[in-house]
Design a protein around this ligand. Structure first.
Ligand SMILES: [Zn+2]
Length: 133
């Protein structure tokens, strides 16, 4: 009996579409139905979907979204800082102001979207508690 239910769980996990789950998560929607919000407020994760009742409380996003945000923002802004400085040589205070606002703005934009996408990834791959029925 236990082996049979484990096979069903494994088969269900294989049927979860990864690309659609990532896209729904990026839109901060439920990876299962794409309609209900996965986040309440800015970063707090709903315990379950308000539309399809899919449970999210056992996600393990942890520091993953912050790591990905720093990775992307750093790899975009560091070369741009170099290019802008070499090309236009702006005043230091102007350069600092533009890149400080740019880094903070891009980080605030990416963080909840990457958190949703990471939860969608975990849901699609059956990681953490998402694989249990
Ligand atoms: Zn849902």
């Amino acid at each position: 009996m236990t082996d049979h239910s484990a096979e069903i769980t494994h088969a269900e996990k294989d049927q979860r579409p990864l690309a659609a789950s990532l896209l729904r998560g990026w839109r901060r929607k439920c990876p299962n139905c794409g309609a209900g919000p996965v986040l309440k407020g800015y970063l707090k994760v709903n315990d379950s979907c308000t539309v399809c009742r899919e449970e999210f409380f056992h996600h393990r996003a942890d520091d993953g979204p912050a790591y990905l945000t720093i990775l992307i923002v750093g790899h975009l802004m560091a070369p741009m800082l170099h290019i802008v400085f070499v090309t236009w040589r702006p005043e230091p205070l102007t350069l600092f102001t533009i890149f400080a606002v740019g880094c903070v703005g891009l980080s605030l934009y990416l963080l909840p979207r990457l958190k949703g996408a990471l939860i969608g990834f975990q849901w699609a791959k059956g990681m953490g508690g998402f694989g249990d029925t």
